[in-house]
Design a protein around this ligand. Structure first.
Ligand code: G3P
Ligand code: MG
Length: 239
């Protein structure tokens, strides 16, 4: 489980460029104990911490991750789109980010992205290797994905690791899906969640986390429903 009611979404994405070292350090400074970050796959099989399948939105370059190798992007500026203060921020590999988070003593919800140009196994195998190499505290790691295939592969390889199933809204077959991977948590979109849904998930003994909440009233409503934690871009709203 995530031992925090606040989880810094992509680091604190409203306060620093998302998924960067600066965002992780800021999360720590703000006293938030857990982060959510996005793992993605490049053309050479490198797993990187990056939300999109192209460089266009977040960097000073354009191009699809599938057509690039890590050395192409190692020096790409991932901070200036947010503010020149962050011009030295770079795209990190999963290994580098895991080392950073371990040193900062932050809990991690690693969301694994799945874009059409790669298979579930393509990203799962290097992700498992990186985690085994760089991460020690498995109580402070939850792996989530919208892609059920990814979670099934991890469950087969690492049945003891904590898995969270991401959905926008809870589907009808949710119970069999969470059973198939022995999920510890369900992660849902805050605009689609209802009280019966929250109750059903909690009654099944699962933790319930909700994205992305940047409003105090929304947070109150969700915690009243029994939600265990919220992903937020700005934890300072909740002080
Ligand atoms: O893991 C919760 C949330 O991050 C899922 O959506 O697009 O922000 O990665 P997204
Ligand atoms: Mg995410």
């Amino acid at each position: 489980m995530i031992a925090s009611r606040l989880i810094a979404h992509r680091g604190c994405a409203k306060l620093a460029p998302e998924n960067t070292l600066a965002a992780m350090k800021l999360t720590k400074t703000l006293g938030v104990d857990w982060v959510e970050i996005d793992a993605n796959l490049m053309g050479d099989g490198s797993v990187v911490i990056f939300h999109d399948d192209t460089l266009d939105r977040l960097t000073n370059r354009s191009g699809d991750l599938k057509n690039l190798v890590y050395s192409d992007v190692a020096e790409v500026n991932i901070g200036s789109h947010f503010s020149e203060t962050f011009k030295d921020e770079r795209i990190l590999t999963l290994e580098a980010m895991l080392d950073v988070l371990a040193k900062l003593d932050l809990g991690l919800n690693l969301e694994i992205k799945r874009y059409e140009h790669f298979s579930a196994a393509d990203i799962v195998n290097p992700t498992i290797s990186a985690i085994e190499q760089c991460w020690k505290d498995y109580d402070r790691l939850i792996i989530s994905s919208f892609d059920h295939e990814i979670l099934k592969l991890i469950y087969q390889a690492k049945p003891d690791w904590q898995l969270g199933q991401l959905w926008e809204a809870l589907p009808d077959d949710w119970q069999s899906a969470v059973d198939a991977i022995n999920a510890v948590s369900v992660h849902l979109d805050n605009t689609l969640i209802t009280l019966p849904v929250a109750r059903a998930v909690k009654q099944a003994g699962l933790d319930l986390y909700v994205y992305t909440v940047n409003d105090l009233n929304d947070a109150d409503r969700l915690f009243d429903m029994g939600v265990d934690g919220i992903f937020t871009d700005d934890p300072t709203i909740f002080r």
